[in-house]
Design a protein. Sequence first.
Length: 275
Amino acid sequence: MTDRREVITRGDCPPAAELAPGVLLRLFATGTLGARGLTTGTATFRPGAELPYHRHPFSEVVTVVAGRAEILVEGRRYRVGPYDALHLPAGTAHLVRNPSAETPAVLLSAFASDTPTREGVTADFPVQDREATDAGCPEHLTRFAAAPVYELAARAFFRDLFARRFGAHGVCGGYGLFEPGASLPCHIHGYDESITIVTGQAICQVAGREYELSGCGTACIPTGRPHRFLNRSREPMAMIWVYAGDEPDRTLVDPGYCEGVLPLESLRAALEAGK
């Protein structure tokens, strides 16, 4: 359990920085916003914009939200589209560009750190086009169309896009599609979570409070905070979820903790008692 509160960030919040000409960063979850162990945000690439080669001292995953992108990893070039996810291990040099001359691209980055840093890399890697990753590549590409689909709750269909089993360290996540009327049961995690709504409108219920999220609106839920997402609309709703852990993990709890009719103190006592 934790006394930290959830943090809600609008998808159209003011940019935090221009990473390179035409590349605007928006932060949704990070240490300065109260997150622990992860950072998430979008980078909007104007047509033709490029973020030069760089690397990070922790895992990063880039997931396409809108448009298309080219990601070069030490010269290995991947052309990626909506909801394809590329995991980049710590220390792996990579470059990202929007190849379109007309359409912006929006990429969601997830870092296994709440204090992200970036180091420029000067190198001339020979370019090799790749459709997929293999055992000889440190990076791992999950194509959205090929990711297995499972029904996590009634009419809520999920795909895991990155996790320890795919080489990620300290971060995991994926895509969830909620049909009208679908919801997840009330639950908690043993680490912080960031949830970004990429399609439709969601209701986020956290310890007796409700929030409406859409348009890349993001909820950062601290460790041990009871929450769930619901689709009360007549249209599908979809999310990208990211955990500050190697593999998905959740503990179901009484829905009264999400609705606010049960006090959090009783949940704390039940967890300490191992019930």
